[in-house]
Design a binder for this molecule. Structure first.
Ligand code: ATP
Length: 346
């Protein structure tokens, strides 16, 4: 059992607060992704779980043990970083064996574990090579194999694929997902790449300015963003937002149309809809088409609605031209609303 419990963890660097009272529970064997823009605090949180950084306040528990006072080697974790940290002067075998030798495992056990994890990562033919002679993708496989060989309760990964080219990233992503699911470890994975996050995670913690804004399954953060920030950060293109003005109890005026919405007393709230949740039809939101981008399966339309940029992903055979005024109807069950003051979902 390696549940990770983070209780009210805060971190300040001088006067700057990088993390504000984070509470998060990561279940045993869960794949949790920390996702957010550069500087939001995800690496700091990972380093606090690892013990490479000390929290200013709060507690970290792994597998029912409080670990925030323990050094990294006593926490039952293994780490994989962006820059691989593979030793170039050691063979692949010795790189994978490194942690096991530190733990003074008998030689035959070391050999067994190295061979098994090398096979898992498809690098069994490279064991005698020096790591300095390997490609980036091969080195990253060695780094993952070295972490897996430790048979840790928890694997912590910080942007492990970001130095690989696009095709390799895709290949490694699928492999990592398979290998980690089979290894039954609890994984915490830092990335700023939302596609990577969506494809790997059991749950995503979306971070913003040192806080977790939402921790939920990929589908949930996509479909039901807990706050406006999540809707604007997740999805490419992101959600569209328009001002909704109160037009009666539960009635809102959005770009000249009256739409049923929440029972808020506010005079203005935000209306939100994903670009793919719109269909051409009379009596919808009127917009001036600015740019049309055929993407094969779909066409991305960038338009202007009352001075705001608005994007729609439409069927590729929709007959429209730049300069047209079109009317798009939002799917009623896909409309989301956000409070103006708290920015939270209504
Ligand atoms: P990135 O994706 O760019 O790595 P991140 O979300 O992982 O970003 P962190 O590295 O956790 O962000 O940093 C969070 C904030 O804390 C940043 O504003 C950063 O400048 C600051 N910070 C991190 N480490 C230190 C440090 N040692 N001293 C001062 N400030 C720091």
């Amino acid at each position: 059992m390696a549940e990770i419990v983070i209780k009210n963890v805060a971190k300040s660097f001088g006067a700057f607060t990088a993390l504000h009272g984070i509470d998060l529970t990561i279940s045993d064997q869960e794949f949790m992704v920390l996702l957010g823009a550069s500087g939001c605090g995800k690496t700091t949180l990972l380093r606090i779980i690892a013990g490479l950084e000390t929290a200013t306040q709060g507690e970290v528990w792994i597998g029912g043990r409080r670990v925030d006072q323990l050094p990294p080697r006593d926490r039952g974790i293994a780490m994989v970083f962006q820059n691989y940290a593979v030793f170039p002067h050691l063979t692949v075998f010795e790189n994978i064996a490194f942690g096991l030798r530190m733990k003074k495992l008998p030689n035959d056990a070391v050999t067994r574990r190295v061979e098994r994890t090398a096979e898992l990562m498809h690098i069994e033919t490279l064991l005698k090579r020096y790591s300095g002679q390997l490609s980036g993708g091969q080195r990253q496989r060695v780094a993952v194999a070295r972490a897996l060989a430790m048979e840790p309760d928890v694997i912590l990964m910080d942007e492990p694929l970001s130095n690989l080219d696009a095709l390799l990233r895709l290949e490694m992503r699928a492999e990592l997902k398979g290998v980690l699911a089979a290894s039954k470890t609890t994984t915490v994975y830092v990335t700023h790449d939302q596609v990577e996050a969506m494809s790997l995670a059991d749950r995503i913690s979306v971070m913003h300015s040192g806080r977790i804004v939402q921790a939920a399954s990929p589908v949930e953060v996509y479909r039901n963003p807990a706050a406006r920030f999540v809707g604007s950060f997740i999805g490419n293109p992101p959600m569209n937002f328009l001002t909704a003005t109160r037009a009666g109890t539960g009635k809102w005026s959005v770009a000249g149309q009256t739409v049923d919405g929440p029972l808020s007393d506010a005079s203005e709230i935000d209306f939100a809809i994903r670009p793919e949740d719109l269909a051409v039809g009379a009596g919808g939101i009127a917009m001036d088409v600015r740019v049309i981008e055929p993407l094969g399966a779909h066409t991305l339309v960038t338009a202007n609605v009352e001075g705001s940029v608005f994007r729609a992903v439409l069927d590729s055979d929709t007959a429209i031209r730049t300069g047209d005024t079109i009317s798009l109807i939002p799917k009623p069950d896909r409309i989301r609303w956000f409070d103006r003051d708290t920015t939270k979902a209504l």
